[in-house]
Write a protein that binds this ligand. Structure first.
Ligand SMILES: Nc1ncnc2c1ncn2[C@@H]1O[C@H](COP(=O)(O)OP(=O)(O)OP(=O)(O)O)[C@@H](O)[C@H]1O
Length: 587
């Protein structure tokens, strides 16, 4: 075994963990999993024993099998066999629809030889009545997003869950960050799964009632809210993969604290929950083989640099998969359309007639504003491709297991450092190679220190070397060693080409304007400590416009932005007045 493999895989077999032999055979033959990963070898025995477990292990280390295998082990052993009419035994809660599909697909494979155990899913965007019909027939292991689950718990009387034995929160912190805190509390109440309720729960007698409820929480990163959830849902839990962080869980005494929706702590600088957490959370465990870099790019050159890097990457290695993260849905739409339509050589070189796509590869997009079917097609399409580019928001940051992603580019900053960890976690999975590249503007460089606090160290990407490698008018240009990115001939040339192209395409121009407005808004919405690094007032909006290929000054760029700016100014004025009044009151 290589060193990387040693860090990932255990030196024991699935059978030695106590799993049923036909399930082990299924893992080996159908899934091609020869040995368990380290996290599986640690978690499976505890989960098999019925303990409540909190699993905190790096991205791509096999957490999904760690909880599914023990559940299937138990379910396939019931004698007589379980039937659909027994209802739901295990409920897996996940934050996004894509993750819901992914876990369901893994279940389908795992259950291949246990046909009497029925997997199923319910999630936002799907047809409710069809889901109702499926629930009525009975689903043994149900994967769900929280909102839709709550809906069915309240409104689908035929949804039988009296035999529920397992409740799993996969990507627990993300479920809570997305503002599902209230739903989770209601779900716990409706299922009688709160710690305090398990003793006094009314028991419905059946042949399964001898079994205790078992709750499991899994995530590669933790936060205060998960901690809170762990407290109310886990009874005497075992913690896997976070010995040093156990202290943190024990130190939290605010059990009665209610979960807050993300909206409620935006702008709440006084509390700064993350500062408190950071000091306790310690280092993140990232895949050791992941090569992490940052690239320092002046705002106005961001677009040119992004598409130049993509071009370079695909020219070096035509067959590879790359994921680029943006902060907004509009940003994804604009960049996706631009790359799809922008041809090269550009109009600036009319003598060269044979035009091609600027970046030669298939491009996909994924964000929460897309319709359900489009999301599903993208998810499946990008998964199946050998060479492709995915532009997405953080909807793809959690848990998604796209095979063979070689590089992650964070074009817009991830904000919270936990989000950085999950985004880069889409590559370098299970010991494979992987690169990540974080875009930062010169004024944002302090973000590196923020990451460093968690033991995340990045090296600088040699941008000028890449820029120098592009030929102008098909001839290598010789660039002065000390030229800056903004004044680099290639950057100037490509920027001009992009601006004329966008100006001529009215649809694209509209997308660029919308993306510009959304980007500024998202930038202004950075929370707590991050506001110190990502300061809107330090932005040159003209340069921001350039990064969307727009020549116009921001004040000309769309009404919605002006309305937003006016509103912000008004709010600020009002805040200022309140402050003044308060100060006046003091004196
Ligand atoms: N024992 C194993 N042997 C080989 N491959 C495995 C094994 N267990 C899981 N895998 C594969 O490893 C990959 C990562 O697994 P999984 O998605 O469960 O990771 P994860 O820890 O949940 O990641 P994330 O934190 O990003 O959600 C998947 O492609 C899965 O099929």
């Amino acid at each position: 075994m290589t060193k990387e493999a040693n860090d990932i895989f255990a030196s024991c077999s699935f059978d030695s963990l106590g799993l049923d032999s036909s399930l082990c055979q299924q893992l080996r033959e159908r899934m091609s999993f020869q040995v368990p990963t380290l996290v599986q070898s640690q978690a499976i025995p505890f989960i098999l024993s019925g303990r409540h477990v909190l699993v905190n292990a790096a991205t791509g280390t096999g957490k999904t099998i760690a909880y599914l295998a023990p559940i299937i082990h138990h379910l396939q052993r019931y004698n007589p066999r379980i039937e659909r009419s027994d209802g739901t035994f295990a409920l897996v809660l996940v934050p996004t629809r894509e993750l819901c599909m992914q876990v369901y697909e893994i279940l389908q494979k795992l259950l291949h030889r246990f046909h009497w155990i029925v997997p199923g899913y319910i999630m936002g965007g799907e047809n409710r009545s069809k889901e109702k019909a499926r629930l009525r027939k009975g689903i043994s292991i149900l994967v769900a997003t929280p909102g839709r689950l709550l809906d069915h718990l309240k409104n689908t009387s035929s949804f039988l869950r009296t035999n529920l034995r397992w409740l799993i929160f996969d990507e627990a912190d993300r479920i809570l960050e997305l503002g599902f805190g209230k739903e989770i509390e209601e779900i716990l109440d409706l299922l009688g799964s709160r710690q305090s309720m398990s003793a006094c729960k009314e028991k419905v007698m059946s042949r399964f009632s001898e079994f205790q409820r078992q709750n499991l929480l899994l995530s590669a990163t933790l936060n205060e809210k998960v901690n809170c959830l762990a407290h109310i849902s886990l009874e005497n839990p075992v913690t896997v993969g976070l010995e040093e962080k156990k202290v943190f869980i024990e130190q939290q005494t605010t059990l009665s604290k209610q979960f807050r929706s993300p909206g409620s702590d935006v702008d709440d600088e006084s509390e700064q929950p993350d500062r408190h957490l950071n000091s306790l959370n310690g280092d993140y465990s990232l895949p050791t083989q992941l090569v992490q870099r940052y690239v320092k790019v002046p705002c106005g050159s961001r677009l040119v640099v992004l598409i130049s890097i993509l071009k370079d990457l695909f020219e070096r290695e035509a067959s590879q998969k790359i994921v680029v993260f943006f902060s907004t849905c509009d940003g994804v739409d604009f960049h996706y359309s631009l790359l799809r339509d922008f041809k090269w050589p550009s109009k600036l070189q009319p003598e060269l007639v044979q035009k091609q796509m600027f970046v030669r590869c298939r491009t996909f997009r994924l964000h929460g504003n897309m319709d359900h079917e489009d999301r599903r097609t993208t998810f499946q399409g990008f998964k199946a491709e050998k060479s492709a580019l995915l532009f997405c928001t953080d909807v793809a940051a959690r848990g998604l297991d796209f095979p063979k992603v070689r590089c992650i580019i964070q074009y817009d900053s991830p904000g919270e450092s936990t989000e950085y960890v999950h985004r880069v976690g889409r590559t370098a999975r299970l010991g494979e190679r992987g690169d990540s590249l974080l875009f930062l503007q010169p004024v944002e460089m302090d973000y590196l220190q923020d990451l460093q606090k968690h033991g995340v160290l990045l090296n600088e990407y040699l941008l000028l070397k890449i820029l120098n490698s592009f030929p102008l008018y098909d001839q290598k240009h010789h660039v002065n060693k000390f030229v800056s990115v903004e004044t680099h001939p290639w950057v100037l040339f490509l920027q001009k080409a992009l601006e004329s192209f966008i100006l001529a395409e009215s649809g694209l121009k509209k997308l660029a304007k919308d993306a510009f407005c959304s980007w500024v808004r998202a930038y202004a919405a950075h929370r707590g400590d991050l506001k110190r690094i990502f300061m809107v007032k330090k932005l040159h909006l003209g340069h921001v416009a350039r990064s969307f290929g727009l020549k116009e000054q921001p004040s000309l760029v769309g009404r919605s932005f002006q309305v937003h700016t006016k509103k912000r100014k008004k709010d600020q004025k009002q805040k200022g007045m309140t402050k003044k009044r308060r100060v006046a009151g003091k004196t």
